[in-house]
Write a protein that binds this ligand. Sequence first.
Ligand code: KIV
Length: 275
Amino acid sequence: MAEKITVKDILALKNKRKITMLTAYDYPLASLVDQAGIDMVLVGDSLANVVLGLESTTQVGMAEMLHHAKAVTRAVKQALVVGDMPFEAYQLDTAKAVSNAERFMFEAKCDAVKLEWFDKCLDVSREIIKAKIPLMGHIGLTPQTADKLGGFKVQGKDAEAAKKLIEQAIALEALGCFAIVLECVPDKIAEMITKKIKIPTIGIGAGVNCDGQVLVIHDLIGLYERFKPKFVKQYINLSPMIKKALEDFKAEVIAQKFPAKEHSFTIKEEELGKL
Ligand code: KIV
C-alpha cells in the first residue's frame, strides 16, 4: 500500500507536478477520492451547502465539522486530510482558535487545518502555527465573510485589490503556512502569487497556473443541483442516474418484480409443513 502523504510531500510537489485536492464529507466518497489517488482531501465547510442544505457556510459549527471529519479520516489511507475551520471556530472567538484546531487534529485525526482570510487572520494563524499545527491559508473569495467582500464575486480585479491579495499570500507564507487556497482570483494574479511564493497555491476559479486545483466533490460529480459556479467542471452528472435508479426501484416494488427469488431466503418444505 502506498504511504500516507505528508505536508513535506505537498511542499515538494511545487514546480514538479500539479497537486490535486477534493472535498469529502463522509466515508464512502472520502474512500473513493483516496482510491483515485487525489493528494489532499478537504473536509470543507461547504458541508453546509452541499450536504446539509444550508444557505451559508457560517451556519456549520465545530460539532458538525468534527462529526464529518471523523468519518473522512476513518476512510482515508493515503491522502493528506485537511479540516476546514468553521467560522465559529476562529472568527467569533479568536481565543479559542488554537484549541479548535487541536480538536481537528486530535479528535478527528486530520493532518492539517485550513482557515479563511479575515481581519485577524495573521494573529490567529500565527498562534495555530506556533502550536505546531500545519495550516493552509485561503484568500480571494472567502465565503465566510463574503458579505464584507461585496458578495460572491471575483476578488483582486483592480491593481489595489490584487496587491492586497499578493501581500496576504506573502504574509501567510512568512508565518509558515504550507499551502494557500486561491478562490475566484483572476488567472494572471493567481499566476503572479504562485510565482512569488515558495509554498503551493491551490486554485478554485483561479486559472491553470496555480500549483494545484481543488473542487467541491458534489459539483464535480453532479450531486448538487442548486447552483453551479462558472469555475466548476462537472465530470459526471450522477443526479439523473440516481433519480432513475430510485424510480426503477419504486416501479419494481409496486409491480412485485423486486425482490426477486435471488434476493429472498428460503425454508425447506418439510419445515414449513411442521407449522
Ligand atoms: O469549504 C470548501 O469547500 C472550500 C473549498 C471551496 C476550497 O473551502
